[in-house]
Write a protein that binds this ligand. Structure first.
Ligand SMILES: *Cc1c(COP(=O)(O)O)cnc(C)c1O
Length: 502
């Protein structure tokens, strides 16, 4: 299987190269030339496999330049300390009393070391990169640079810590992340990690990192040190492909728990930001997973809801800060891959749309493409009050606690069912532990949080609900602080060079 770009005709490359490059030279994203197909029997056989084996099986469909042993090793290393049996369990919790054949399986993607679903991919990516270095004969050290507003930084640190031939450096806005998020990062262990606070806001940190990526002089200096920069953001193919695996695994879990039979169609609901997670569900569908509809759930930053309703993507709109910060996004980068596949690999058309987005801030897809998307997707958005309301309702009915992002997709699903009367069984992507967003969850349960700090909120929510606090969060209060560096925006490049030379 070879990889091509969404924006122009390039020479197809192997997956190892695509993972190391991240972004194609023409600015496009790497996509598989053809989407592999799997047979129903093969899906059935996954029932007897562990999550690690299911993941390695899926990776093998796309990363054909890796050996079976290599993928097995990556999978074991990535998931061996997810803190729960089965790694990505599915809790079947929501039965519609009016329709007992309409279960919702809540797929808990957040049992990794940072309690958010990004771990599923970011625990895997470093190992794929490490092996890609070997395959391509690259001898330099890869330095991963991340600017974070909180969650991605910690997930990337946890993934890359002590991975050979890699280093990772994370910049976060000084005073601009929650106390828990800061503690998660500054207590990170590992000989190859650095965490530095930047005096400024997230945009300052992000534009600083972007500048370093584009600076030829810095690249030359790093080259002399035997170091090459790379990024771990969600447009890297190596972050997407591990996510496809859990949709197959979740389907099989619904069979195992007798909610469906092999071959039955399901719907999948996904809280969406950069369109990575739901795109992985789309690949699963195209591969042959029996799926009827993909429900794209958004918060009030509803650019995708409008896109799927009208065919026009318009990023020129007010930006809202919400209680689902990981979905506060106006440019959903991975949508580009969907447009490529559904337009029949029409890179010229995709390049045109992306150019219009860049210049005019919007584009409209043509009628035939819109009609194809309509067959697969349904989009809904959810307000802040609706989100909180669903947290309360779900806890009230099932004594089951969901985080704000997960509540958005369950609320969107409820709207979809109300609108369409389609009560197909659903797999819902639960993307974070409720303990990652304690303030909003406590408010949803009508508790006072003003003046209560994050660490105290953990205890308060635990006392109230009796739901277990993930260990990585409960241990934070006593963890040793290892990173206290702070710098100005214009010192960032210097800090990178110093860390690279270390
Ligand atoms: C990143 C994230 C999302 C959005 O996922 P995308 O792949 O960007 O669409 C949703 N929920 C949580 C908790 C996240 O961290």
């Amino acid at each position: 299987m070879k990889y091509i770009s969404t924006r122009s005709k390039i020479k197809p490359i192997e997956s190892a190269e695509a993972i190391l490059q991240g972004l194609a030279a023409d600015g496009g994203l790497f996509v598989p030339e053809k989407i592999p197909k799997v047979k129903l029997e093969e899906i059935g056989e996954l029932q007897d496999k562990t999550y690690e084996q299911r993941a390695a099986w899926l990776l093998g469909k796309f990363l054909t330049d890796y050996t079976e042993d290599e993928l097995g090793e990556c999978s074991e290393l990535a998931y061996n300390w997810f803190d729960v049996h089965g790694r990505v369990p599915v809790s079947v919790l929501i039965q519609d009393p009016k329709n007992p054949v309409a279960p919702v399986g809540n797929m808990e993607l957040w049992h990794g070391p940072t309690s958010a679903f990004k771990d599923v991919a970011l625990q895997m990516l470093p190992h794929l990169m490490r092996m890609a270095l070997k395959k391509t004969g690259e001898t330099k050290t890869i330095l991963i640079l991340v600017a974070t507003s909180g969650d991605t930084g910690k997930a990337a640190l946890a993934g890359f810590a002590d991975v050979p031939q890699t280093k990772i450096m994370v910049f976060y806005p000084d005073g601009g992340v929650s106390k828990i998020q800061r503690l998660q990062m500054v207590t990170q262990r590992g000989d190859n990690v650095n965490v530095t606070a930047v005096r400024g806001n997230f945009d300052d940190a992000q534009s600083g990192v972007k500048k370093i990526f584009g600076d030829k002089e810095i690249a030359d200096k790093l080259d002399k040190l035997g170091v090459k920069l790379s990024s771990a953001n969600s447009i890297n193919w190596g972050r997407l492909v591990p996510q496809i695996a859990y949709y197959f695994s979740g389907y099989v879990e619904l069979i195992r728990t007798k909610q469906i039979a092999l071959g039955d169609k399901i719907n999948i609901s996904v809280p969406t930001g950069n369109f990575g997670n739901i795109l992985a569900a789309y690949y699963a569908l195209r591969m042959g997973l029996p799926v009827k509809k993909l429900i794209c759930a958004s918060n009030v930053n509803n650019v995708l809801t409008e896109f799927f309703a009208t065919g026009t993507y318009n990023r020129k709109r007010e930006f809202f800060k919400t209680i689902t910060p990981s979905m506060d996004i106006l440019i959903s980068s991975n949508l580009e891959r969907l447009l490529f596949h559904e337009s029949g690999n029409d890179f010229k058309q995709v390049a045109r749309y992306m150019n219009e987005l860049n210049i005019k801030g919007k584009y409209t897809v043509d009628k035939s493409l819109k009609a194809r998307l309509d067959k697969i997707f349904h989009a809904e958005y959810v307000t802040e009050d609706e989100t909180k309301n669903f947290i309360k309702r779900i806890f009230g009915s099932f004594k089951y606690l969901v985080d704000t992002h997960t509540a958005v997709s369950i609320a969107a699903l409820s709207k979809y069912r109300g609108r369409t009367k389609d009560f197909t069984p659903v797999l819902n992507a639960a993307t974070a532990s409720p303990y990652k967003f304690t303030g909003a969850v406590l408010e949803a349960l009508e508790q006072k949080v003003e003046g209560v700090d994050d660490l105290a909120q953990l205890k308060q929510l635990n006392y109230l609900t009796n739901v277990k606090v993930p260990r990585n969060l409960s241990e934070l209060a006593d963890a040793k602080i290892l990173h206290e560096d702070v710098c100005d925006k214009d010192e960032m490049a210097d800090r990178v060079l110093k860390f690279a030379a270390r």
